[in-house]
Design a protein around this ligand. Structure first.
Ligand SMILES: *[C@@H]1O[C@H](CO)[C@@H](O)[C@H](O)[C@H]1NC(C)=O
Length: 201
């Protein structure tokens, strides 16, 4: 019988990797973006810590928590960087926070499996819960922020689409919720003790 900590550990690792992908978005990795806006100036791609304009050459904003949301090349009436939306962009930091909590849950799961430890599995359940909550809030804000921005530019006659980072986030949150359930049940499961801990039976 595998350790009761095993399923939660595996799911927490999957969640941590998915949320890492979402976090390493523009301006570092333009392929994994939350929003893409096409204007005559080029395509602007949005990430957790900044945006990049992809034209003949690529120009990216500096990395910061909360950044200028205005896409280049929009006609002067189209305002994307309103104060409320700009402030919402600061909460994108929740993606790496959720990813880090998932990673901590994974580490606790490794200890739970390796040491057949119920205490570590309880810690995994707690970190999974916190990671799932942070990820859920991040996803709800994503859906609001990116859809508001998308609709605003589409209404002005430009093309915009949501990017794959949103789906990495939702998959990460789903994995984290499953990890939370698995580790709660795991924490109640039967832990081998002593020499039996490493044995298969
Ligand atoms: C974007 O909006 C914020 C908040 O209103 C403001 O502080 C910032 O200067 C704006 N950025 C640009 C480039 O206009």
């Amino acid at each position: 019988m595998p350790s009761p900590a095993f399923p939660g550990m595996f799911l927490a690792l999957a969640a941590a990797i998915l949320l890492l992908f979402a976090s390493v978005s523009p301006p570092v990795w333009e392929r994994v973006s939350f929003l893409n806006v096409d204007t005559p100036a080029g395509t602007t791609v949005y990430g957790v810590f900044g945006q990049c304009l992809k034209a003949a050459t690529k120009t990216c904003s500096t990395r910061s928590i909360g950044y200028d949301l205005q896409a280049a090349g929009l006609s002067s009436g189209v305002q994307m960087n309103q104060t409320l939306l700009h402030n919402l962009s600061k909460t994108l930091i929740l993606h790496p926070i959720a990813g880090f909590l998932s990673f901590l849950a994974f580490v606790m799961g490794v200890i739970g499996v390796a040491a057949a430890s119920r205490g570590a599995t309880v810690m995994m359940a707690i970190f999974s819960f916190l990671g799932a909550m942070a990820g859920l809030v991040a996803f709800v804000i994503d859906m609001v922020l990116w859809n508001v921005l998308k609709n605003r530019v589409v209404e002005a006659g430009y093309h915009a689409s949501l990017g794959i980072a949103n789906w990495f986030t939702v998959a990460g949150v789903a994995a984290m919720i499953l990890a939370m359930c698995a580790s709660f049940f795991g924490a109640c499961g039967r832990f081998a003790t002593g020499r039996a801990a490493g044995e298969k039976y």
